[in-house]
Design a protein. Structure first.
Length: 83
């Protein structure tokens, strides 16, 4: 899990999700990454169980699966940025 979280773009994506589910286009805007780059990292995060896709009509929204994971991500981000 640390290897997955240690990749800066993945951590940016997870942090961008915050308290709400977001479509890929919102994640692209929030992170400044390309859509293909965001999609690539979302696939890895989804396979690791760190994000959960939810379909809403034609859109797929990505969410953090629970509040405990959100807290872990926040703590990890704070630890990384303090170094």
């Amino acid at each position: 899990m640390l290897k997955i979280l240690g990749e800066p773009n993945r951590l940016r994506i997870l942090t961008s999700l915050g308290l709400e589910c977001r479509p890929v286009t919102d994640i692209v805007r929030a992170t400044g990454l390309s859509q293909s780059n965001v999609s690539f990292h979302l696939r890895i995060l989804r396979e690791a169980g760190l994000v959960r896709p939810e379909r809403n009509g034609a859109f797929i929204y990505y969410c953090l699966p629970d509040n405990q994971l959100r807290e872990i991500i926040d703590q990890f981000r704070d630890w990384v940025t303090s170094r």
